[in-house]
Design a protein around this ligand. Sequence first.
Ligand code: SF4
Ligand code: SF4
Length: 462
Amino acid sequence: MENEIKNQEATAAPQQAETTPQAETSTPEQGIKKINIEKFSPRMLMELDACTRCGECSNWCPAYDQDSREPLNPRGRARLFKDIISRQHGAFSADSFLGKLCGKKPVTEDEMKAFAKDLYACSTCMQCHFVCPVAIDTVELWERIRETIVDIDCGPLDSQKDLVLKTKNYDNPWGQPRSSRARWGKLAKKKKRIKDEPKDISKSKSEVLYFVGCTASYDNNVEEVGINTTNILDAAGIDFGILGNKEKCCGSVLLRMGDRPSFEKLCKENIEQFNDLGIKTLVTSCAGCMKTIREDYAKIGKLNFEVKHTSEYIVDLIKQKKLVPNTPVNLTVTYHDPCHLGRHSGVFDAPRELLSLIPGVKLIEMERNRENSRCCGAGGGLKSGYPDMQNKISQKRVADAILTGATELVSACPFCYQGLQIGIQAMNAPIKMRDITELVCMGLGIEAGGGSKDEGGEAESV
Ligand code: SF4
Ligand code: SF4
């Protein structure tokens, strides 16, 4: 393995890794197509080798917690993948003289498909990275492995392929028409839930773009997030706009499922559209959109604006005295850190600070919080690929919340809202799901919607 890594270091660089050709074809006796290891940087290959098999990740992985088979264990996944590429590449590969001498067997199609199936039983929650004593960048590795698995037609799972296809065809993973993307605003205006529909920023310029995201736009169970955010920005007197029917998915689903070429295409289109608007700030309520636009887009193109999560943006508005929450909200709450907001983007403090600025709100932390927050199981394609597992993971998180004695479970992501609602309903749990914007509205004396309603709504979760 060390020799293979040295060879890789001489020929591959991280930048090159993005543009390398597709997987090599193979003959039947060689087994399935080869994984294209040129897609992995030398550091990634070294990380595969650096795993000490200590097993700390096994104690924390929410998927392995539900299905304790070694291929679902981060440690096991790294070991299996290392075995696959060593049998396909290098001096001891199955088709080499030395490999044959040592009795190495080609990787079969069934073997590769079984590996891929387990690879997608992961919410990309990043917990394994945070507990790994050698700090292996596990999720970057899992996502890059998914890309190479897609290249050899072994991934993603069928239910996940549907999301990818819909995102490419409809600009949203739910397959909803583009023309109904801004319907939530029209309905809210009709029901007098908002004063005015948010303006179309492509027609009338603003410095602030509210990027609503697919989930809050289409799922009527979480449309409150858009309604609340609109009311909060209006109350602060912010001149903002939305893209409405011209808003496209951030592409997170494409990236997490391993379809990097489609992600890059969408990402470049979105960056061009955002930059052309001349905005200074893009605000989003969704942890997945936030991570994708702020972290992943920035690796592909230059963003001429800052990206903020609504919790960060609203805290700033309160500090600038543009918002004054002075209506007591006498609720005992606990806060769930969305993985893509917390561990992935480092935003742990803003939502907590925001809760502390709402009079009457009492926050009780769950035992697992911040970097060690237990995932709700909704991300990374886990919910669409393994809904039963997601349901059970969600129930565990809801049980964490109930143990605090809080009556409200607060999060800051429409996706977590959906994901945790499933656990609440499965357990018939005595706790209400709330998006953080609901509590802000209550603190501002604005009628807020929300609380757990029906599961699912119009759209299912990625
Ligand atoms: S990212 Fe989360 S779900 Fe995936 S292997 Fe790591 S701990 Fe498990
Ligand atoms: S915690 Fe890190 S080093 Fe330990 S088994 Fe897991 S991936 Fe390997």
